[in-house]
Design a binder for this molecule. Structure first.
Ligand SMILES: Nc1nc2c(ncn2[C@@H]2O[C@H](COP(=O)(O)OP(=O)(O)OP(=O)(O)O)[C@@H](O)[C@H]2O)c(=O)[nH]1
Ligand SMILES: [Mg+2]
Length: 247
């Protein structure tokens, strides 16, 4: 079973890899850890596989690159080693019940660089958890954005993507967030009242969301309090059994 955390910088990928891994280990699972972030300085878990063995952003910056150029260059330099990393992950997956993959800090590196896309293409039925923070949900359109973004990740990486709000310990009104994220009819009705261009676009998108979105469960997690970890474990279990149907 492969579990991949994807999300914007600071969304909690590394912390969750460590803390959810610990949770699974306490429950008796054998867990493997993979770090795909060439820019990570210090990790709170001990990776079994670590791309920093090949190259780090820091080394490349030492050659005079700026931070963004160094990130892209690091994945360019990983490309000749991609088959080696795919083989190592597949081999680790044979030995462990669950392998957790921590992805690059900058999500676009994973979604847009061939390294991330090719790696995911070659892994069997990885479950992708798309992490977002409650702070990004400021307007009604943002709920629509999050639901579509998860679908865009599906489209780009293949596999199954589950949207997960992380840092719910920081969320003010979790019930409101839940309602807008899960009750698409309710969200669509509210968006219909918004006369702005964004409101109209979000309304149109939301009207066909039920048609194009597979039935998915949305997760609400906190790496700090471990809330929602049991739900993530259930989703993992169901994914392994059914490979796709996450209702
Ligand atoms: N309150 C709270 N803070 C969290 C939670 N999860 C992560 N954090 C904090 O958010 C910050 C970023 O967490 P990381 O795990 O490094 O996030 P990341 O997505 O790996 O970040 P990059 O790899 O640097 O892009 C850290 O200060 C964490 O302690 C959470 O559930 N609740
Ligand atoms: Mg990280």
């Amino acid at each position: 079973m492969l579990l991949t955390f994807v999300g914007t910088a600071g969304s909690g990928k590394t912390t969750l890899t460590s803390v959810f891994g610990e949770y699974l280990e306490e429950k008796g699972y054998e867990v493997g850890y993979v770090n795909l972030d060439t820019g990570a300085k210090k990790l709170p878990y001990k990776p079994d596989i670590d791309v920093r063995k090949t190259i780090t952003v820091e080394e490349i910056m030492g050659e005079g690159y700026g931070p963004n150029g160094a990130i892209v260059e690091s994945y360019d330099r990983l490309m000749p080693h991609i088959d080696h990393y795919i083989a190592k992950i597949l081999e680790l997956e044979q030995r462990r019940e669950c392998v957790i993959i921590d992805t690059p800090g900058q999500m676009e590196t994973f979604l847009f660089h061939e390294f991330g896309v090719k790696l995911m293409e070659n892994l069997p039925q990885p479950l992708v958890v798309y992490l977002f923070s409650p702070e990004i949900l400021r307007k009604l359109y943002d709920y629509c954005f999050v639901r579509f973004f998860a679908l865009m990740i599906d489209l780009r990486l293949g596999g199954t993507t589950v949207p997960a709000m992380n840092k719910i310990d920081l969320a003010d009104d979790l019930e409101k967030h839940r309602q807008y994220l899960e009750d698409i009819d309710y969200l669509t009705t509210r968006l219909k009242l918004d006369p702005s261009t964004q409101g109209l676009l979000a309304y149109k998108l939301c009207t066909f969301l039920p048609e194009i979105s597979p039935p998915i469960r949305i997760l609400y997690l906190s790496a700090k309090t471990r809330e929602g970890f049991d739900d993530l474990e259930t989703v993992m279990y169901e994914h392994r059994c059914t490979c796709g149907d996450l209702t």
